[in-house]
Design a protein around this ligand. Structure first.
Ligand code: ADP
Ligand code: MG
Length: 350
């Protein structure tokens, strides 16, 4: 696996470790995690449930203390120097809460007042998450995707450079997932760094530039998505379908060109083809016309599953009897979390 290059890092942790102790035993939240998130782009922080993603994020935001190891945000050691950098960080860690009977605009205006951000920012962040047309409607009339986009808008009030979203697509329907994904992508395209955690690879694969994959509180892979799935590598395969009478000639043409050809049912798999167009040209020049030409992408899902599927959550050592998972209470869904009073969604806002 390609490790991320040295260079400017938005987040760097070294040997980060956190154990949770209770009367029932000790459970390992994070076990010596080295996380490197480059500046700019979307970084997917991936791992099955219980692999330590939330624990890591909470340590980064100074919400819990690591037992061991170091963490830095934009080079500032945290939690010690968090105050120096907190203004550059926006985060959604738990389900944000808004007044259901207030509009997006009014909810955000209250938050802006609370953190001393000029109200003029409110319309700008509403625009950024694409809620302008609905800004005056009551929060309770919003779809889940819109609610989550409003939560993202709240993190943008202070115009942070780094956004940390812990499983922001949890509980959303496909349309909501797409909306949130597009919002995160566009933030990264504006030059912000977005760290987004998920236990569902497919939810971030399409928008992540780089990923870190964790299992049992440890890093198991990191790198650019394209590298992890071998895209662009010369090892990429192409599936070629030609007329049955052309199979033999096609095979010999491609083999003569130095390519490795395998039969797969009625198609040919050309390994190391690199560029599909080149395969097409080589065959066309010899009068063999291609009926189908499909570049085969290694699937990040299979990389992910291969690295994590045998992992059970956490690294528990138990005292006494078997017990249920000693995790935090389940994160409430948005719909189930009507608010009595708005709380800043940016846990690090104050
Ligand atoms: N407050 C807590 N008390 C005890 N164990 C916890 C607590 N929070 C997390 N854990 C344990 O730490 C491990 C990592 O949890 P977590 O960071 O929530 O993982 P993820 O966010 O990847 O699902 C799990 O085994 C979980 O049960
Ligand atoms: Mg979590």
């Amino acid at each position: 696996m390609t490790l991320l290059d040295d260079g400017d890092l938005a987040i760097e942790t070294r040997g980060l470790r956190k154990t949770y102790r209770s009367v029932r035993g000790t459970s390992v939240g994070v076990e010596g995690l080295d996380l490197r998130v480059p500046v700019g782009g979307v970084h997917g922080f991936l791992g099955p449930n219980g692999s330590g993603k939330t624990t890591t994020i909470r340590m980064l935001l100074g919400l819990i203390r690591p037992d061991r190891g170091t963490a830095a945000i934009f080079g500032h050691p945290v939690p010690k120097h968090l105050p120096d950098v907190v203004g550059r960080v926006g985060a959604i860690v738990e389900s944000p809460k808004f007044f259901p009977a207030f509009s997006a605009r009014r909810n955000l205006s209250l938050l802006a007042d609370g953190i001393g951000t000029p109200r003029s920012r409110v319309d700008a962040v509403i625009e950024e998450v694409g809620l302008t047309g609905r800004a005056k409607d009551k929060y309770r009339t919003y779809s889940l995707g819109m609610k989550q986009r409003l939560a993202i808008a709240a993190t943008l009030l202070k115009d942070p450079d780094l956004l940390i979203f812990d499983e922001p697509t949890n509980g959303l329907d496909p349309a909501g997932i797409r909306e949130v994904r597009q919002t995160m992508r566009s933030l990264a395209d504006q030059g912000k760094t977005v760290l987004v955690s998920s236990h569902i690879l497919a939810e971030v694969e399409q928008i992540a530039d780089t990923v870190s994959i964790v299992a049992r509180g440890r890093l198991v892979a990191a790198g650019r998505v394209a590298d992890l799935i071998g895209e662009g590598a010369s090892t990429r395969s192409v599936r070629v379908r030609v007329a049955p009478e052309d199979v033999t000639i096609a095979t010999s043409v491609l083999e003569t060109g130095g390519l490795l050809v395998r039969r797969e049912h009625d198609a040919l798999l050309v390994d190391g083809a690199g560029d599909a167009a080149q395969v097409n040209r080589t065959l066309g020049e010899r009068g063999v016309w291609v009926q189908e030409l499909t570049p085969l992408h290694a699937d990040l899902e299979s990389v992910f599953l291969g690295l994590t599927q045998h992992e059970t959550p956490g690294g528990h050592t138990h005292r006494g009897k078997r017990r249920k998972r000693g995790g935090p209470p389940p994160e409430p869904g948005h719909a189930a979390a009507p608010a009595a009073r708005p709380e800043p969604t940016t846990e690090v806002a104050s």
